[in-house]
Design a protein around this ligand. Structure first.
Ligand code: ZN
Length: 474
């Protein structure tokens, strides 16, 4: 199925390129009259707009509107769509000092991190500098920016000194963890360890190992030539993740100095650019190409400068993009991972006292069930906790008794502004002898149009644990 679709898309691409080439040669006025003038000042044929609509699952009208209003959407000399993402540099967060949190992993393992080791799909986050030659970036043609010279471009550098200090390693770990959390629902390995080239490139539609390569760079030359100068935070080709023979476009860029080197914002840009490679377009609104979100929430494909950034399907007020981010990602190269815990009480995962089990709420409707046993009547403490960095999951915990009846629900209200509090859930109460069921899922809060978010993007990794003096092993 993928093969057919892939070749159909390739044919479309070729057809569109031919149309563009023919137009350039003949200057056909009738066709040119129908061309769309983009916000970036380019002329795009109707056929090309149709092709973008077909690949992204957007309507023709919606793509036309996006092209007319979103200046970050550009076409290269060969008519391929990319996004050059600008940020408001003067935001308060980008001028704040960069603070490295204590790392989760040994510092020596910083460049060996894997979110899903063994997956055939990869998002390689490259912080250490990269030699970039023979890519589309080196071939130029991007809105007159000039070709990127073949050469080595510096990596992530917060302190201005060569190599990676302990603080810089801790920052890399945090950025990786945040991006890994955004892609936790999918069968893709977010890694800081350089994969072999064949694991990133896709030679043909039958090649099942592929992915993208995000270069984090402090180089102003790279920023200027690929992205268009100061204020440009990231740039990526659209939809190439699963497209065979697009190896020259598999590098996407992030420029952390435009983000004050802040790990949270850098992670959001990396997830956003990788999202473009998976065919996602911007979540804007009637007045802005990047929606700013509200309260603690913002869409990853918008400006995403808030504490809780999630994938979106345009449920906020004024949304100009109804793309179902999750399903677009899952059908453009990074499929949903398999479910890890049953949603049925009878087949819930057994939980032993004082030992943590982890899981992923991987779909909007995913529910995970755990079972615990008590050998006497007594107090039980249950804690369901998110990952430390950049959780997307607002946890609801429901307690069911041995007969399958709901006893109580724990769903603390998440904060309405500032930091994202109230995402975890816990229970403390008396339980009789026997089995108790813990039912975990992801939920929304408040009104997704104006002050909150729905359960749609409330997904991610969690750990669950219980303690009780009556706890009994299975
Ligand atoms: Zn973008």
């Amino acid at each position: 199925m993928r093969t057919n679709r892939g070749s159909a898309r390739t044919r479309l691409l070729l057809a569109a390129t031919l149309v563009a080439a023919t137009l350039a040669a003949t200057g056909s006025p009738s066709q040119a009259d129908q061309d769309i003038r983009t916000a970036a000042g380019q002329s795009v044929t109707v056929d090309k707009v149709k092709e973008i609509a077909g690949e992204t699952g957007e309507s023709l009208a919606q793509v036309t509107q996006l092209l007319r209003e979103d200046a970050s959407m550009r076409l290269d000399a060969k008519g391929r769509l990319y996004h050059a993402d600008r940020v408001a540099k003067a935001s308060a967060t980008s001028s704040a000092p960069v603070v490295a949190a204590s790392p989760d992993h040994p510092l020596a393992d910083t460049f060996k991190l894997h979110s899903r080791r063994g997956s055939k799909k990869v998002i390689y986050l490259d912080f250490t500098g990269e030699r970039v030659c023979d890519t589309e970036w080196n071939r130029g043609g991007l809105l007159g920016l000039g070709a990127l010279p073949c050469g080595t471009y510096a990596g992530y550098d917060v302190d201005g000194r060569a190599g990676f200090s302990n603080a810089e390693r801790a920052l890399v770990q945090e950025v990786w963890a945040r991006v890994a959390e955004d892609y936790a629902p999918f069968d893709v390995d977010v890694t800081t360890e350089r994969p072999a080239a064949w694991r990133i490139n896709r030679s043909s539609a039958s090649d099942t190992y592929f992915g993208v390569h995000g270069v984090v760079s402090s180089s102003t030359t790279a920023r200027d030539r690929t992205c268009g100068g100061p204020g440009c935070a990231g740039v990526a080709y659209v939809g190439i993740f699963d497209e065979p023979r697009t190896d020259g476009q598999r590098i996407f860029w992030a420029f952390p100095e435009e983000l004050g080197n802040q790990p949270r914002r850098l992670a959001d840009v990396l997830s956003h650019e990788a999202g473009h490679t998976l065919n996602l377009l911007h979540d804007g609104n009637t007045t802005a190409e990047y929606d700013q979100g509200h309260g603690i929430w913002a869409p990853l494909m918008g400006a995403s400068d808030r504490a809780l950034t999630q994938w979106s399907r345009g449920e906020y007020q004024g949304a100009n993009n109804r793309q179902d981010d999750l399903s677009v990602i899952a059908t453009n190269g990074a499929r949903y991972k398999a479910d890890d815990h049953s949603s049925r009480l009878s087949s819930g995962t057994r939980l032993n006292p004082s030992s943590t089990r982890s899981g992923v709420i991987g779909r909007s409707a995913d529910v995970d069930v755990f079972r615990l046993r008590t050998r006497c009547r007594g107090t039980v403490n249950v804690a369901v906790r998110n990952v430390r960095f950049g959780p997307n999951l607002d946890i609801r915990l429901r307690i069911y008794n041995s007969r399958g009846r709901l006893v109580t629900t724990r769903n603390p209200t998440s904060s309405s502004s500032g930091m994202a509090g109230g995402l975890d859930a816990s229970f403390r109460g008396i339980r009789p002898v026997g089995t108790t069921y813990l039912v975990i899922d992801g939920v929304g809060a408040r009104d997704p149009r104006t002050t909150g978010y729905s359960g749609y993007g409330s997904l991610g990794r969690y750990g669950v644990r219980y303690t009780s003096s009556c706890g009994r092993r299975w």
